[in-house]
Design a protein around this ligand. Structure first.
Ligand SMILES: [Fe+2]
Length: 424
């Protein structure tokens, strides 16, 4: 094999790798520079430049320069007519100083830059054409040997330039896709914020209807969020649980106000009317395309119990979705710690006692355990924010003294869940 051919093959191999690298962003400019270097090296050319022709501009954007005069930037204007002329150029390479029969716009372009190119010793301009677009131009000086470019040289140059062009084009596409993705991401976050605000407004509307439980939905949302985070949910799922909590009682919107606000224990008929609210909530929430899973199901099943004695469907343990189980604990905790017309709030030690008594029958031990862990961390001052204490308000300022009760409940729960795991 002729040494020249060998060198050519080597250069092409290197260029093939580079094409990939140009496309994969990385250090894009560095890759273009290396490509130019390879091209120059292959034909022993001393100087050259690769410039981009952005479609929305009539100015070139220089990407790589080699061996040109100091301060020379290869930044010049290329109007649409000139671009079209380069695209139509049949030889694929424009000899700068010959009086070949070019299109008029190209002739005047070359005439305008004649002095500049003479000074920089540029002899050839090769358009980079990719998918019918002028991606850029490659400016080349003459061969070091002083011989003119022959047809084979031009063929090699055109192939290599085309290769560089594809790399640049792909790089541009990737950049556009990236930008588009970034834009979509922003839009998505905006939408999520709007969704969240709407949900909170919705929750406030639910609570206004129930004059005895002001802020109930808001607190259940926050408690659910805390439990989910303690359970190690991903941030997105944590947010979803907050939403599920805010919306769990949305079905109360269809229950008569008098029943919700009855200042006495309601009778069986009223109670069955009130018990429609989980199902009604599901109906209201199902048609909405929530960005989080299980919001409607959490509303539907937040009054189910582990032992199957809940409503509306009497589901048991594993049949109840995890989200609903979380909302159940959050909901009950808020019910225990706020005054109702027929039921006074519990003291903190009574709350712990109730949690213990109802775990396994009403509540899932795993959820109660997570809830207690999070609560204990706050009582022990291990958390930066005081989320629970803020929501519990002034009635539970002395809850800290009952922290040992929580510790005890937690160790009992740990023993149960561990033996359940061992048995199961
Ligand atoms: Fe409820």
């Amino acid at each position: 094999m002729e040494p020249n051919t060998q060198k050519l093959i080597h250069s092409f191999g290197a260029l093939a790798d580079l094409g990939q690298e140009i496309a994969d962003t990385g250090d894009f400019i560095e890759m273009v520079r290396t490509s130019l270097h390879l091209l120059l090296g292959t034909l022993a050319i001393r100087r050259g430049a690769v410039v981009e022709c952005p479609s929305h501009l009539d100015q070139t954007n220089p990407l790589a320069l080699w061996g040109l005069g100091e301060g020379y930037e290869a930044r010049f204007s290329v109007d649409d007519e000139t671009k079209a002329a380069f695209l139509a150029c049949e030889t694929g390479a424009v000899a700068v100083h010959t009086s070949a029969a070019h299109e008029p716009s190209l002739v005047s372009f070359l005439a305008a830059h004649e002095a500049e190119y003479r000074e920089q010793l540029i002899e050839l301009i090769v358009p980079m054409i990719v998918r019918g677009d002028l991606t850029g131009l490659v400016l080349l000086g003459g061969k070091a040997s002083g011989e003119p470019f022959n047809a084979d040289d031009i063929e090699v140059i055109r192939s290599m330039v085309r290769h560089i062009g594809v790399g640049i084009h792909t790089h541009r596409l990737l950049a556009e896709v990236k930008q588009q993705a970034e834009e979509n991401r922003r839009l998505y976050f905006d939408l999520r914020a709007i969704y969240r605000d709407t949900v909170r407004a919705f929750a406030a509307a639910i609570d206004i209807k129930d004059k005895y439980t002001q802020g109930h939905s808001d607190r259940v949302g926050k408690y659910s969020e805390i439990i989910a985070r303690e359970l190690g949910f991903a941030e997105e799922a944590v947010e979803g649980m907050a939403i599920a909590g805010y919306l769990h009682d949305v079905g109360k919107l269809v229950v008569e106000r008098d029943i919700i606000n009855a200042p006495y224990r309601i009778d069986a008929k009223q109670s069955s009317e009130l018990n429609r609210h989980p199902g009604a909530g599901f109906e209201i929430l199902s048609p909405i395309n929530h960005p989080y899973a299980d919001i409607p199901l959490s509303a539907k099943y937040h009054h189910e119990r582990m032992d199957g004695r809940g409503y509306p469907d009497g589901l048991t343990d594993t049949q109840i979705p995890l989200g609903a189980k979380i909302v159940t604990v959050a909901d009950s905790f808020d019910a225990m710690t706020t005054d109702r017309p027929y039921k006074k709030r519990r003291t903190f030690d009574e709350v712990v006692h109730d949690l213990r008594r109802n775990t396994g029958t009403q509540f899932d031990p795993v959820i109660v355990s997570a809830f207690c862990r999070a609560l204990l961390k706050e009582l022990n001052g291990e958390t930066r924010e005081r989320k629970f204490l803020k929501m519990l308000g002034k009635n539970y300022l002395d809850a800290r003294k009952d922290a040992p009760l929580l510790v005890q409940l937690l160790s009992e729960l740990d023993a149960t869940t561990q033996s359940a795991a061992a048995g199961g």
